[in-house]
Design a protein around this ligand. Structure first.
Ligand code: GLU
Length: 286
């Protein structure tokens, strides 16, 4: 049982319309917070300047409310928290835990020895030979960043955590995942850094999200440790699959909450049909 100072969060990205899969994860997050009379916060992961759209923020708020979710206002927008991420980056820099990387994604892909599994948050394992030589002086970050910065992972260290839903998880740094991006050359923080910084700064005690992000958790655990922050507990929900066994994505517009609502489907029907079963697959269609 999680204590009554439970603080959870919903962290949608306003880059498309929310669909049934998001809705179910958020519903689980809300239920877990409610069960212990905890607090639920809403964070808009709006750092992706290319795919971000303001109308998706409005749609997301409206859809979440329509579904019956409530959270403690005000919403936290990552785009307004840049100084916090920059301070974390400076701390990692001062500790010598990051390095600048001029290699392209293509270079890394070509050099990566093992084929990587693929997936939303996935990066090929960064080849250690691309790191700056040991003992090399770290260049300053500079005011405006125009090069990628990566976190230097502790090769061979096993990172483990027990997921509240998926059970024990482990990955070996340098083998299962490599040096990952913390800041991009377009001067924006990476998802991994922003998420770890926010989960710590917002006092999140349990992260509930889709299990496609389990692989990100190992990286975020390393960042939290490097930043001297206590990690939250994690609860990763299985992704919802369509009738072909494919995970729902933003392109499944017919299953967006908006489209369902327009077809006259009620939140009660959605909850009854999709949120009660423990099974990740969709049974039939609405
Ligand atoms: N914003 C991320 C997404 O929509 C989720 C981040 C998280 O829960 O850590 O995939």
């Amino acid at each position: 049982m999680v204590s009554s100072r439970y603080i959870g969060r919903l962290a949608p990205s306003p880059t498309g319309l929310l669909h049934l899969g998001h809705a179910r994860t958020f519903w689980v997050a809300a239920q877990r917070a409610r069960a212990v009379h905890g607090t639920l916060l809403l964070r808009s992961d709006d750092l992706d300047a290319v795919r971000f759209r303001l109308d998706f923020v409005d749609a997301m708020l409206e859809d979440l409310r329509w579904l019956g979710l409530t959270w403690q206002e005000p919403m936290v927008a990552q785009s307004a928290r840049r100084p916090l991420y920059r301070a974390a980056l400076e701390r990692l820099h001062a500790a010598g835990q990051i390095f600048p990387c001029a290699r392209s994604r293509r270079d890394v892909l070509d050099a990566a020895s093992a084929p990587h599994e693929g997936g939303a948050d996935d990066e090929p394992v960064y080849p250690p030979s691309f790191r700056p030589p040991a003992g090399a002086t770290l260049p300053p970050l500079g005011e405006n960043i125009s090069v990628n910065w990566r976190f230097h992972v502790p090769d061979g260290e096993e990172i483990a955590f027990t997921d509240g839903r998926a059970g024990p998880q482990r990955a070996v740094a340098g083998r299962d995942f490599g040096d990952f991006l913390v800041w991009r050359k377009d001067d924006t923080p990476s998802y991994q850094l922003a998420c770890a910084v926010d989960d710590a700064a917002m006092g999140i005690t349990e992260v509930v999200r889709g299990d496609d992000l389990i692989r990100s958790t190992f990286r975020q655990l390393l960042l939290l440790r490097a930043l001297g922050a206590e990690p939250p507990a994690y609860y990763h929900c299985p992704l919802m699959l369509d009738e072909h066994g494919t995970r729902l994505a933003k392109r499944h517009d017919a299953l967006s909450l908006r489209a369902l609502r327009e077809r006259g489907v009620t939140p009660e029907e959605i909850r009854r049909k999709f949120f009660s079963a423990d099974d990740a697959e969709m049974r039939g269609s609405l």
